[in-house]
Design a protein around this ligand. Sequence first.
Ligand SMILES: *Cc1c(COP(=O)(O)O)cnc(C)c1O
Length: 481
Amino acid sequence: MHKSMPDNGVKRDEILSQLDSFKEQDPNYKSGKLWSLVYYIDEAHQELLKDAYFKYSSENGLNPTAFKSLKKLENEVISATADILNGTDEVCGVVTSGGTESCLMAVKTYRDMAREKRRVKKPEMIIPETAHVAWYKASEYFNVKIRMVPLKEDLTPDLGKLKKMINRNTVMILGSAPEYPHGTIDPIEAMGEIALQHNIPLHVDACVGGFILPFMEMNGENIPPWDYRVAGVTSISADIHKYGYAAKGASTITYRNLEYLKYQMFVQPNWSGGVFASSALLGTRPGGAYAGAWAALQYFGKEGYKKLADETLQAVNRIKAGIAGIPELEIMGKPQGPLLAYKSIDPEVNIFAVGDQMNAKGWQVNKNQKPNGLHAMVTAQHLAVIDEYLADLKDAVATVKANPELANQGGAATYGMMAHIPLRGMVKKKVLEIYSAMYKAGGGQLDLSAAADVDTDGQGEKPSLVDKIATWYVNRASKKS
Ligand SMILES: *Cc1c(COP(=O)(O)O)cnc(C)c1O
């Protein structure tokens, strides 16, 4: 049976206290123990976002001529973004609901541009293996085939191979600044030259880097060129709800000029509801998110963002130094911004077992795969907990080294097994089954009861989707034999 809404309205205080109570099971991001998902500074900043959001929470940016206030906010956000990305006065763009929407829009734009200008019917895009998963989503949604550039030893894309992938169906090339898994900035200058030579658009995915790399550079850091100063770059996505510290629901997509952006537009002159035009994916567009983004830019200003970037980099550098002091571990690739990942270089130390130990100590670290590693999305907030993190990391490595059997337990066992499941198509099917069950009528929970048999580390870490799939696989394999 469905849980229905109350027959009679509930009192305000009751509603709000219930909302607070629902958070009890959520990750506690205010303590700095979470290394992904949330960009938190402090309560004063949080209050500002709340108030700014609230002032425009009913306003709708669907029609940019209706609420002039929202168009003004959007213009100013895009202008400020173009400025930090070193764009000329021609750089233009749209505020979107998030990085994924910005990435999707770039693919739609370049597909449609190639269709109109070059009659391309079987569009392809060239993306490095480290491209964010949003690009895979865009490929599926918009039917643009992926040509995937393999990585070199240093985890940067192999540009020799990239060049060979270009053909008459190529509608765009993608680079990231930085890529999410290892925090490495792709060689955008060299990619820009290739793009220019072949007259193919180059999008830079700076969703995560767009609001921090420019300020690191202003602080005197040596960051390789990746923005509109690189001639071949035709568009950039940059999220304000990441290192811009805006309320969730705010990103930007900008283009070198309107000639590109116009292919992003949708127009339907024959709709019975009237002539309709839209600049991006959404219909109704949340005014609150624009106001939150605008407010964040005003609140910090360039000096505020420079200070945040500086504190973040201090935290990153201390982690890098700390990891350099743990002989079993090594930083992966060449991270130059706020993200990094590290792996084990000691065959006796399973990196996922180290992750399990860290999680048991109350941290929430994420796993990388292909190659295996642990990930950190560092913010200014983490500066205060770095010593504790590194001490725990050193401990975790020592524990795993002294107890190699930990590699066969908990998350390490299940994640390790995932890599060895040969039938990726079946894994995909199983994930789909489990994931869609969460959305079944009545709102399913992720049912992990079956995973209890593999969660033998007794550390009380909650089993994940990956555990569930590994359990399924083990059960399936044992039935067969
Ligand atoms: C976060 C991210 C995205 C997607 O952004 P969302 O806001 O999560 O939709 C895309 N690309 C990169 C590099 C990212 O880090």
